[in-house]
Write a protein that binds this ligand. Structure first.
Ligand code: G6P
Ligand code: MG
Length: 214
């Protein structure tokens, strides 16, 4: 390891837990009700994107324009279905290597932050038992600017009392990696290298990552 980084900031959905399938089921139910064609490929575009921006993408797919009030009511219904799914989650839905890596970081005195766009992050961390691994949790309830704006990650570093250049971010979304780079942090992509071109390095999941790779 050329440099020892002090802080490790994790996106939640797609990095620590596999919730994309639940987001998809809930959005799909809404899209079906509205006769909007929506498939797994379309769902890729929603990764890392806020709830209201996700709804805008779906409405655009269906060429529909709605009032702000109607949009809020649709997003609320989608979220109720989504919450039903995640309320039943447990530790078995933690992605490969994530728990082991978080344990190792804690045992070795590194600081960890969560940096997620989700307003449901608290519930997911509780259900999966991951909550205690984080020194600070920054989620969609704390930030006003969505990724690719770096706010969610800079706030995480500020809360840990660390400089941005001492932090490493783990992200599965293009917007999230751009946010990490905009913050001046090292960006590790989780997924496909052909998609995550803004990342400093890409691994399939956290089981493939170790600190010597930095
Ligand atoms: C994450 C997911 C997105 C989701 C967003 C907001 O970034 O990758 O797919 O839209 O969080 O989630 P929420 O739980 O607040 O609806
Ligand atoms: Mg994600």
């Amino acid at each position: 390891m050329a440099k020892e980084y002090k802080g490790y900031i994790f996106d939640l959905d797609g990095v620590l837990v596999d919730t994309a399938k639940y987001h998809f089921k809930a959005w799909k139910r809404l899209a079906d009700e509205m006769n909007i064609r929506f498939n797994e490929d379309d769902n890729e575009r929603l990764k890392g994107v806020s709830r209201m921006a996700s709804l805008d993408i779906i409405l655009e797919l269906g060429n529909k324009t709605l009032s702000e009030e109607e949009k809020v009511s649709l997003a609320t219904r989608k979220n109720e279905w989504y919450v039903e799914f995640i309320s039943k989650m447990d530790a078995s839905e933690i992605l490969p290597g994530a728990l082991e890596f978080l344990k190792m970081l804690k045992e070795n005195g590194y600081k960890c932050a969560l940096g997620s766009a989700s307003k449901n992050a608290g519930l997911i961390l509780e259900r999966t038992g991951l909550k205690n691994y984080f020194d600070t949790v920054v989620d969609g309830t704390h930030v006003s600017k969505a990724k690719p704006d770096p706010e969610v990650f800079t706030l995480g570093a500020d809360n840990m009392g660390l400089s941005y250049t001492d932090c490493v971010v783990f992200e599965d979304s293009v917007a999230g990696l751009q946010a990490a780079k905009a913050a001046g942090m090292v960006a590790v992509g989780i997924g496909e290298a052909s998609v995550l071109t803004d990342a400093d390095m890409v691994v399939k999941d956290l089981s493939e990552f170790n600190l010597n790779m930095l």
